[in-house]
Design a protein around this ligand. Structure first.
Ligand SMILES: [Zn+2]
Length: 122
């Protein structure tokens, strides 16, 4: 009897230890971003009120919050992919995303080549 199961073709380039480390890293990033968003959303502290929350600072806050929310969404999507066992594959070419790349950017959706193509197309 031939077993046609295809276990192992997904993220086969990542060891269970790699995945555990990546998950850990993503959890930390999520905490950090959530904390960052909480700080920005929190009412200004007394010393900020004394200095007056300047318009320039408010503009910076908006930009930081926007990028924090973007990273947070990416991080949460990556955690979901790990939970569903489809982590580490490029969303465009379906090939494995380079291990070295994932260790640097665990939430990466695309392999280095597809990312470059996307950025060039902007
Ligand atoms: Zn790709």
């Amino acid at each position: 009897m031939v077993n046609h199961q295809t276990i192992g073709d997904r993220a086969a380039h990542l060891s269970p230890e790699d995945l555990a480390a990546l998950r850990e890293n993503l959890h930390e990033q999520r905490l950090f971003r959530q904390e960052q968003l909480r700080r920005i959303a929190a009412p200004p502290r007394a010393e900020d009120l004394l200095r007056r929350h300047s318009a320039a600072q408010a503009e910076v806050d908006v930009k930081v919050a926007a990028s924090a929310r973007m990273v947070l969404a990416d991080v949460e999507a990556a955690l979901r992919r790990i939970a569903e066992g489809r982590y580490g594959m490029c969303h465009l070419c379906r090939r494995p995303v380079e291990r070295e790349r994932l260790l640097i950017v665990p939430q990466a959706r695309y392999c280095a080549r597809c990312q470059q193509v996307r950025e060039a197309g902007r």
